[in-house]
Design a protein around this ligand. Structure first.
Ligand SMILES: [Fe+2]
Length: 190
């Protein structure tokens, strides 16, 4: 393994630790979202965590039989507020995509590690998608749009599947008696 390849591998190790920690953090954010009354957001945090499991597995495969040392920096903070958690997630995904992922992608190309470069590019694009999604979710909380819209929409209860058309999600679901937290806008993408 030459120096360039070794540098790529060391960066891969950093990304692996970083994303593995983020999987755990998003599980914590999901729990908080449930506490704050945002069931759909909790599910989305879990969905991203699961997708990151796939990314980290791929990254781990690239590092097979690697022995290296890397340092990890961590900035911890309170997680008791879903709006702040969403903003943190959006900012971090955006920042990491622009910093370490961009650097890693470039270095992998330069080291002629095309397979790694391509995968990192794809994961970087996915991270930018996450950043956009978290930003929109945060904005919805700020604008009071999570359970209310200006026009009539169809709301579905995540718990029991009850569907209701209106500008606002009902305070309680007539189907299962669960609170408004379980409603989300119905989306059928099939
Ligand atoms: Fe329900």
């Amino acid at each position: 393994m030459n120096t360039a390849q070794h540098q790529v591998n060391t960066l891969l190790a950093s990304v692996w630790f970083m994303e593995t920690a983020r999987i755990r953090l998003y599980e914590i954010y999901a729990k908080q979202a449930i506490k704050d009354g945002y069931q759909q957001m909790a599910a989305l945090f879990i969905e991203v965590a699961e997708q990151k499991r796939s990314h980290t597995k791929t990254i781990y495969r690239f590092m097979e039989e690697l022995t290296t040392e890397t340092s990890v920096s961590i900035k911890t903070g309170a997680f008791d507020n879903t709006l702040k958690n969403l903003e943190e997630a959006a900012l971090t995904e955006q920042k990491e995509a622009g910093d370490i992922y961009s650097t890693l992608e470039r270095m992998a190309w330069e080291a002629d590690l095309k397979k790694i470069a391509v995968k990192i590019k794809l994961f970087r694009q996915i991270k930018l998608f996450y950043a956009g999604r978290f930003t929109t979710l945060a904005q919805n909380i700020k604008d009071g749009r999570v359970f209310a819209r200006d026009e009539k929409v169809k709301w579905i209860c995540r718990k029991c599947g009850f569907i209701y058309e209106g500008e606002k999600a009902l305070k309680n679901c007539p189907g299962c008696e669960h609170p408004q937290a379980y409603f989300e806008i119905l989306a059928e993408n099939y």
